[in-house]
Design a protein around this ligand. Structure first.
Ligand SMILES: [Zn+2]
Length: 87
């Protein structure tokens, strides 16, 4: 199982980020590249340090049920993932 938890301030965590092209109500988002696929992503300025991963790579990881993958997200992103996983 992949473990997804809401992040405490951990430098080693993997932060799940929204796609850069996604419209958000925020104007101060920070844009970076996914560390796995290089896709342009955005996140809030207050997310913890650590690797940035896009939602697509997160979904692939979840489907493959990689073991030993622990992903940490902010509460905002957790809510977003939950919404996107509802089919
Ligand atoms: Zn990616």
């Amino acid at each position: 199982m992949v473990k997804i938890t809401v992040c405490d301030d951990d430098d080693e965590c993997v932060v799940v980020c929204a796609p850069a092209e996604m419209e958000t109500p925020f104007t101060d988002n920070v844009f970076e590249d996914c560390f796995q696929c290089g896709r342009r992503i955005q996140h809030r300025p207050n997310v913890p340090k650590g690797k940035r991963i896009c939602i697509q790579c997160t979904a692939i990881s979840l489907e493959e049920e990689q073991e030993e993958l622990e992903i940490k997200v902010t509460q905002e992103t957790m809510d977003l993932i939950r919404k996107r996983n509802v089919h």
